[in-house]
Design a protein around this ligand. Structure first.
Ligand SMILES: Nc1ncnc2c1ncn2[C@@H]1O[C@H](COP(=O)(O)OP(=O)(O)OP(=O)(O)O)[C@@H](O)[C@H]1O
Length: 295
């Protein structure tokens, strides 16, 4: 059988972990009877998408994201256009999609999953003009990631501190959400449109979500007093939000959200700014992705 040409695109900053030794680790563990490996390292935001797009003109069969959900988004959005295959070596902070797909967090084990070359088709989604794979949405989480992006504070403790400060003054918006023609008006702390079940770090907002059911899960987190934040976190970490009245989950294919003003949104955890009206739709089984056998 002819060998597959495989390109590893490495985000050197994702997850805050050093990746200098990654090419050597891949060389040592990749099945060279199946693959010819090549490596690229990203230098700026958007570079992974550029490299993946250029790879379309070269003879690559598989492109592997070595990074987190933001890196997967940049690469995956080109891979679906080329109908190629995406692989993941998880190296992000949250790794939502990789965790959902049970791709091991250990780089050596993740390389071994690539060696098995078990390919599955999963749903993807569009959020106005942007493609996403794991989770997108608006509300408090998007607000925090947009201000954190321009903030000098870094690290998890800075993020938590900023989040708690902002929570005291945050005013939840009222959204008109149309899901497959049915209208819901909701005042919400967060509205997440989930493809997989989790944001990352096993924080599950929509525990029963599937990436191959042709449906998105609109998760409306109702407004709540600050003292209930640990309870919400507990429900997310124990994958029980669907059993509580803190989160309402509405499944559908075609979603329109209208909000009072232009505001922050996030796409696979990366902050952007969008207008009042947002159209979201699912693209069933549109991405070829390498997953562990049995998934
Ligand atoms: N050399 C670079 N310098 C600065 N930013 C970069 C560089 N290469 C890639 N990026 C950007 O890094 C951002 C974060 O990447 P990614 O989302 O993969 O990691 P993460 O946020 O740590 O993980 P996760 O999304 O799983 O929590 C992406 O927006 C990507 O465009």
């Amino acid at each position: 059988m002819a060998k597959s040409n495989i390109l590893f695109i490495i985000n050197p900053i994702s997850g805050g972990k050093d990746k200098l030794k990654i090419p050597a680790l891949i060389d040592a563990n990749l099945d060279r009877s199946k693959f010819n490996p090549n490596y690229s390292v990203t230098e700026y935001v958007g570079h992974a998408a550029e490299i993946a797009e250029e790879a379309a003109n070269k003879n690559f069969d598989i492109i592997v994201a070595v990074g987190g959900d933001g890196t997967i988004n940049e690469i995956g959005s080109k891979v679906i256009l080329q109908n190629k295959v995406l692989g993941i070596i998880p190296f992000g902070s949250g790794n939502g999609l990789a965790r959902f797909l049970k791709i091991p967090m250990s780089p050596v084990k993740a390389i071994k999953v690539i060696n098995e070359l078990n390919i599955k088709q999963i749903d993807t989604a569009t959020f106005n003009d942007k493609v996403y794979f794991n989770m997108a949405g608006m509300g408090f989480d998007a607000h925090i990631s947009s201000i954190f992006a321009g903030h000098k504070t870094r690290g998890l403790s800075g993020y938590v501190k900023l989040g708690l400060q902002e929570m005291l003054s945050y005013k939840p918006a009222t959204y008109t959400i149309t899901v497959d023609g049915k209208v819901f008006t909701r005042t919400a702390f967060v509205v997440s449109i989930a493809n997989s079940s989790q944001y990352g770090n096993n924080a599950h907002i929509s525990p029963l979500a599937s990436v191959s059911d042709g449906l998105l899960d609109v998760c409306v987190v109702r407004n709540f007093p600050l003292y209930k934040l640990p309870l919400l976190a507990y429900h997310m970490m124990t994958a029980n939000t669907h059993r509580t009245d803190m989160v309402e989950i509405i499944q559908g294919k075609q979603i329109h959200i209208s909000r009072p003003k232009e505001d922050a949104i996030h796409i696979d955890g990366e902050p952007f700014f969008m207008g009042k009206d947002i159209d979201i739709s699912v693209k069933p089984l549109s991405l070829n992705i390498i997953v562990p056998a049995g998934i």
